[in-house]
Write a protein that binds this ligand. Structure first.
Ligand code: IFM
Length: 467
């Protein structure tokens, strides 16, 4: 299929505001490789990926996309996309191999080179400090369920900020703390693979405490930059019209959305969540003053959106097929499929859900600069006989979500930018390399990068700043 054959899209023109941020996103462990080079220490993901049975196909991030050595080529791909910004994460164990102490100069050097290359190609860096690769030494000391990890995170953030903030305007503390806490410490499908319900709840709290402490520390050094956090949000609807169903939706919404939005944006945990979690854990891990620390003023909120949850009350412990829910959230809750077309992850395609989460934040938490920091789709891409990768389903997915984003802006929501997940195919966590989210195809045998049809389409969108 050639680009001119993309005929299935709406012809309705859509324009985005001047200065709209267009970008693509990635994360350190998913792309960098070079896990033992230049003094990098091990992370929980190195340990987990090397645990037999943890990752589909036994894949690891040891080489991944070899971005550590091929970052120049990847920056070139971003420039070809017409990206104004690139969202990437810093590998904490590359910068502080044991999670504490002085920075590893070779690690700083890598990010110096990457940032300089980006700026030379007119692509601005958008940094995430933590996208799940906790230094293994900190996990050995207890990991996120331990309060001290939040302090270690703030120290790391301040040290790195002092070195890179001269060239980086936007600083995101955490990516998707829900995943880090509950997939890592409750369902155990992510590193460090623990299944400890009480620990997962304190992990969530300490991640947010670390977020607040990190922003305080960075602002104390120099308050001139923009600070935010990225959360994965879902609309959560009851499947039918029953009190039990509505209560199931309330519980999942509290656990997945409000648990993070309320402390960070309102300075208090939702009372219903605390009641729900009291069965699992007390509130002993929440100390006086913590929620004030967590509620640092934010310059922006990053929203990652992939799908909607529809739930009903179940009759026993069970989990969504993709482990998108995790104990204690999913106990007695069934996740219901609506039979909609889904991506290769099994996630139903629901562009309206993006509108729903953005408008919910705007309405319930007050207007603030919002960015879609991740949205995208995995499909079973293949190289065609002509050497091209036709991915019309990804083009249609992005087109439909971009249209919804434009509608949100027209309706007064302060949405300022959009990052597609992901720049290249990469290590999709427990799914290894079996799921391809990239705008650019990765031939892992050769490390050859091949822009997909969606990459060429996106380049038109960014250049027109519209559809
Ligand atoms: O690959 C992940 C990313 O690391 C975090 N957000 C969701 C993506 C797709 O699963």
């Amino acid at each position: 299929m050639t680009d001119t054959e993309i005929t299935h899209l709406s012809a309705e023109p859509v324009a985005f505001p001047a200065g709209f941020v267009w970008g693509a996103a990635s994360a350190s462990y998913q792309i960098e490789g070079a896990t033992t080079e230049d003094g990098r220490g091990p992370s929980v993901w190195d340990t987990f990926a090397h645990t037999p049975g943890a990752i589909l196909g036994g894949d690891t991030g040891d080489v991944a996309c070899d971005h550590y050595h091929r970052y120049r080529e990847d920056v070139g791909l971003l420039a070809d996309l017409g990206a104004t910004h690139y969202r990437f994460s810093l590998a904490w164990p590359r910068l502080q191999p044991g999670g504490r102490g002085p920075l590893n100069e070779a690690g700083v050097g890598f990010y110096d080179r990457l940032i300089d290359e980006l700026l030379a190609r007119d692509v601005r860096p958008w940094v995430t400090l933590y996208h799940w690769d906790l230094p293994q030494e900190l996990e050995d000391a207890g990991g996120w369920p331990e309060r001290d990890t939040a302090h270690r995170f703030a120290d790391y953030a301040a040290a790195v900020y002092a070195r890179l903030a001269d060239r980086v305007e936007n600083w995101t503390t955490l990516n998707e703390p829900w995943c880090a806490a509950y997939l890592g410490y409750a369902s155990g499908v992510h590193a460090p693979g623990r299944r400890e319900p009480a620990a997962s709840v304190s992990a969530a709290h300490h991640l947010m405490l670390g977020h607040g402490l990190a922003i305080q520390a960075m602002r104390a050094h120099d308050a001139s930059r923009s600070f935010g956090v990225t959360v994965n949000l879902y609309p959560v609807d009851p499947a039918g019209d029953s009190d039990a169903g509505r209560d199931a939706a309330r519980r999942i919404d509290a656990l997945m959305n409000r648990q993070f939005l309320d402390p960070m944006l309102r300075g208090a945990y939702p009372a219903d969540l605390l009641r729900d979690l009291a069965e699992v854990t007390g509130s002993g891990h929440i100390l006086e003053g913590d929620t004030q620390v967590i509620a640092q003023p934010l310059d922006f909120l990053g929203v990652n959106y992939y799908s909607r949850h529809v739930v009903r009350a179940g009759d026993g412990p069970r989990q969504a097929p993709d482990a998108a829910s995790a104990w204690p959230a999913s106990n007695d809750v069934e996740f219901v499929s609506r039979g909609l077309p889904a991506t290769e992850m099994g996630w139903e395609i629901d562009p309206q859900g993006l509108y729903d989460v953005l408008s919910r934040v705007h309405r319930e938490y007050g207007p603030m600069p919002l960015y879609v920091t991740e949205n995208g789709a995995a499909f079973a891409d293949e190289i065609g006989p002509d050497g091209e990768i036709a991915d019309p389903a990804r083009v249609a997915y992005l087109d439909s979500h971009f249209r919804v984003a434009a509608r949100a802006i027209q309706d007064g929501i302060d949405l300022r930018g959009y990052f597609v997940w992901a720049l290249t195919d990469n290590f999709e966590w427990a799914w290894g390399y079996s799921r391809r989210f990239g705008l650019v195809y990765l031939d892992y045998a050769t490390q050859r990068r091949i822009p997909k049809q969606s990459a060429r389409w996106l380049a038109q969108v960014t250049r027109r700043n519209g559809l």
